[in-house]
Write a protein that binds this ligand. Sequence first.
Ligand code: UGA
Length: 438
Amino acid sequence: MFARRIAVIGTGYVGLTTGACLASLGHQVVCGDVDPAKVERLRRAEVDILEPGLVELVREGMAAGRLSFVVGARAAVAGHEEGAEIVYLCVPTPMGVGGVADLSTVESVIDEVGALLQPGTVVVNKSTVPVGTAQRTAELLNRSDVSVVSNPEFLREGSAVHDFLNPDRIVVGGDQQDAAERVSALYARLGAPTVLTDAASAELVKYAANCFLAMKLSYVNAMAELCERLGANIADVTEGMGYDRRIGQAFLAPGPGWGGSCLPKDTSAMLQVADSADFEFRLLRATIDTNERQRQRIVDKIRLAVTGRRGGSLSHLRLGIYGLTFKANTDDLRDSPALAVAALLRQAGAELLAYDPAVRADTMRPELSAVTVVDDPYLVAKEADGLVILTEWPEFRTLDWPRLATTVRAQVVIDTRNLLDKDVLGRAGFTWTGLGRN
Ligand code: UGA
């Protein structure tokens, strides 16, 4: 394998993982970020995202002289003595007006480094971008001697390093075959199936996969509701479905709805893409609507469990909330279903005390305005009229439930992740309500 000279622009989840993992595969990597303080921290191997294995890889890469951090895109591209051969764009593409991905950061990076690139450089788009961005990037670059390819990333937060180094597939799309092959060769050691295609198809794979995953989850959440009405058990239904290899067991757990920084953004962007292609994507619209409705459904379940009647008032009731992040093993609060449910509960007049292993009580974030965060999981339960599990942190299973039972006002648990053992809770004196079970 050839060790390549690589520049990575942006050190968020995708950029930092990409940089550290490419260095671990033997490449020479310079990562650039606009934030000087962040670069300073990274140079001390201080990683400010919760991501298993990432700090170790950053340390190893730096110690081996294969990974370094600089301020700015320009410095990253110029960071290799003989110039970068491959430049990864890993910058944010937030949801802009009307659900359209905002590409202004991609554009300003191109503006900044376009003229600096050596002839033969390949620019790789790793950010999730609308179909047509590779082409647009090439137009902005306006350099016939530089190629642009799309190489979408499929990593999940909380297992980013593992996902990068054990990919289900590598997808590289570009209109120049040799550039796409040079990029796919970077991952040769990983031995993953590789899809070499045109840029538009590669860009679409990412949206298509994320929207399909969202659809799978909305389907499961709807199925859980049906199970409740029919007296069936969603765990057995999904297990039975999942043994069908065409369906698979993964991504079949019901919950308070899907969230995070990717699925909501990508489903909305895909609707826009479909709209602009004059295609009415009803299935995707239903996927999103089902997810929005799920939050209200969770609130209705909580009302029923806590007050004993449908539509009962939550006003002045105190609820203990377990979990605020959008899923376990991350500290990410972006588009968290837990926070959406909390906001609805607060609107309904409930007082909310919350605990999350990754969110400290002194965290100052506007998204946390509906809750009072505490650092002690036992404090959450004090005089609570009900306890609600909103994120599937495994440590909630091992809480001292008999002790919690002595401090609450009412022994009621609403478990929106079906995380806890109903019998253990029952022995502690709690009434447990999950999803998709009678
Ligand atoms: C998602 C995709 O899974 C990745 O493949 C993709 O690369 C990434 O987006 C991205 O576009 O960058 P991520 O946002 O990290 O990854 O989170 P997921 O693990 O997919 O979870 C998304 C949401 O679905 C969370 O709210 C989670 O709690 C929920 N979920 C997931 C369920 O409710 N049930 C499940 O069985 C699985």
